[in-house]
Design a protein around this ligand. Structure first.
Ligand code: NAP
Length: 351
């Protein structure tokens, strides 16, 4: 395309943890220009630089600091909204934006499992964006809503996608999830310093369901969920960013650790999305050192968009076991939603 694409974007829930990452990632996005930042009544009417307790290492962009936080209402001069709203707020607000004609790329869990809402990682199931046709027919929206999965789901789904040709039957996974996954202010320090919390409300259910939709087949305008069975146990640990997940998989075909690593290293995004700004050439990075991946050392692989896999071994109970790491606020949230917005534009033929 000779003319550079250009779209006006608003961030809903811009003052929160994911919202801040969106502001940061959109600072230099080649297609998207931020025209509005929204928040709750606590922030509306204040300059973003004052309303937002900025927690990223990179400085807040000057353009963002000066923007006045707007109400989260569908009266923004944008074509695309990226939603980083809490789920209970998203449930009420996001359909109003989609009905008003916006392309809504949401991080929230409210509509992820709805039959007519695409749950997408573009380098896993780009074709599921086709659900938009059904959504338009059933909801009578002039806009669109699509969602990205739970942050921990992203760590499991990319490696499992690479293993699908070998017949993934059963999966057991245990997560070690970073503090930023709980948003801000998140977990009180007196509960998490020198500690691990073996319960994250609602998380295990999401991990057991979302991969089945993401790894399912898009047939006759609907998603047929994959038949795999997943058992998940989730823990909050005192790291800042990067969810580590220990995964055991039962396959129909018993492949070796070497073949597993080859399949994961060789996994490539579908050609429709390979040139999108948020795509990475190597979605799964495989490490062979016995003590990797580690959150602090590996979470920024592929600018935070690659999942890093290591410790690939035979499993005495299932077929294989390995460890996977995802940057929860980039690949698992802000970067995921941007990638989805780009992919939806590609599906619509606008880029
Ligand atoms: P957070 O830090 O708690 O931020 C919540 C944001 O929503 C803030 O900007 C807040 O604005 C705004 N908000 C709250 N109530 C509102 C209301 N009534 N009307 C309008 N805006 C309202 O949460 P987060 O961690 O960024 O998560 C955002 C969403 O992404 C959640 O649905 C979460 O489940 C999902 N998610 C998070 C992660 C992660 O790793 N953190 C990963 C995947 C998905 P004020 O500051 O003005 O109150």
């Amino acid at each position: 395309m000779s003319v550079k694409p250009s779209f006006r974007v608003a961030i809903l829930g811009a003052t929160g943890m994911v919202g801040q990452w969106l502001v940061h990632l959109l600072d230099h996005h080649p297609w998207f220009r931020v025209v509005a930042l929204t928040g709750s009544d606590r922030s509306v009417g204040r300059p973003y630089g004052e309303a937002c307790r900025w927690l990223l290492g990179a400085p807040m962009p000057e353009w963002a600091a000066q923007m006045i936080v707007r109400p989260t209402e569908p009266e923004l001069d944008a074509e695309i909204v990226i939603s980083a709203l809490p789920s209970e707020i998203a449930r009420e607000v996001e359909p109003r934006f989609a009905a008003a004609g916006y392309l809504v790329a949401s991080n929230a869990s409210a509509y992820r499992m709805a039959e007519d809402v695409p749950l997408v990682m573009p380098d896993v199931n780009f074709d599921h964006i086709g659900l938009i046709a059904r959504q338009r027919a059933t909801r009578n929206w002039s806009g669109t809503l699509l969602t990205n999965p739970n942050c921990t789901t992203t760590a499991a789904v990319l490696p499992l996608k690479a293993l699908m040709p070998y017949g993934v039957r059963r999966v057991h996974l245990v997560s070690l999830q970073a503090l930023s996954g709980a948003g801000y202010p998140g977990v009180p320090s007196l509960e998490i310093v020198d500690n691990i919390l073996p319960y994250i409300p609602g998380e295990e259910e999401k991990l057991e369901r979302e991969p089945r939709k993401l790894l399912g087949r898009f047939v006759d305008g609907a998603v047929e969920e994959a038949g795999l069975v997943i058992s998940a146990q989730t823990n909050r640990v005192p790291t800042l960013d990067g969810h580590l997940v220990c995964i055991s998989v039962e396959l129909e075909e018993a492949i070796s650790p070497e073949e597993t690593m080859r399949a994961m290293r060789g996994y490539r995004p579908p050609e429709e999305v390979a040139d999108l700004p948020s795509a990475v050439a190597q979605p799964i990075v495989v490490r062979t050192e016995p003590d990797r991946p580690q959150p602090r050392l590996d979470r920024m692989a592929g600018d935070g968009m690659s999942v890093v896999v290591g410790r690939v071994q035979r499993c005495p109970v299932f077929t294989l076991k390995f460890v996977a790491l995802t940057h929860n606020t980039i690949r698992g949230a802000a970067g995921a939603a941007l990638f989805n917005a780009e992919a939806a534009l590609r599906w619509m033929g606008k880029v």
